[in-house]
Design a protein around this ligand. Structure first.
Ligand code: GUN
Length: 173
């Protein structure tokens, strides 16, 4: 898909196509549509990220809270968004043994209790061994630092999703 195609989309089409670039936050695509035309695909990405960066703390925490747990109940139930389902399956999180699943559930719960938002990680850049390791490491971080790390992960997820939608001339992280 090229930038002319993106710039020609009406509001409905744009939100249909880009509404889940940021997990379960179609409002962000809705706001970004108002800023067209975009000069190129990187410019489109910049508008997504600038919107996120301009949010108050409550808005950035809200974005994190829209993310489902990694290897959580929604993965088992099959109620994730198609993007999240693909990313979590690709990281091998569908194939965990009972002990691994229990360990992740415990770590996710401790993380949520400590920070007040779920653990977010670009699952496609990780795997089933690295996820619990990284979760345990990030549990020890200070809240402000952790919020910043988590928002960086949201952007990595968004960049990969944009790359999927836009095709190969958009570099992946
Ligand atoms: N990484 C990629 N997708 C997701 C998701 O849906 N939730 C979380 N927590 N991390 C992700």
């Amino acid at each position: 898909m090229d930038i002319e195609k993106v710039n020609s989309m009406d509001f409905r089409e744009f939100v249909d196509v880009f509404g889940n670039v940021i997990e379960r936050c179609p409002l962000i695509a809705a706001a970004v549509w108002s800023q067209r035309p975009f000069s190129n695909l990187e410019d489109l990405e910049k508008h997504f990220f600038a919107f996120i960066d301009a949010l108050p703390l409550s808005g950035r925490e809200g974005i994190l809270r829209c993310h489902p747990d990694l290897a959580g109940p929604e993965l088992q139930r099959g109620t994730l968004t198609p993007e999240s389902q693909r990313e979590q399956s690709g990281a091998g999180l569908m194939n965990l043994g009972a002990a691994e699943r229990l360990r992740l559930a415990e770590l996710n719960a401790r993380y949520q209790a400590r920070f007040g938002f779920p653990f977010v990680l670009a699952a496609r850049l990780s795997d089933r061994e690295a996820v619990p390791r990284e979760l345990a490491r990030r549990l020890r971080c200070l809240r402000a630092q952790e919020l910043s790390t988590a928002m960086d992960e949201v952007k990595k997820i968004g960049r990969l999703r944009l790359a999927d939608l836009l095709g190969s001339d958009f570099p992946k992280p």
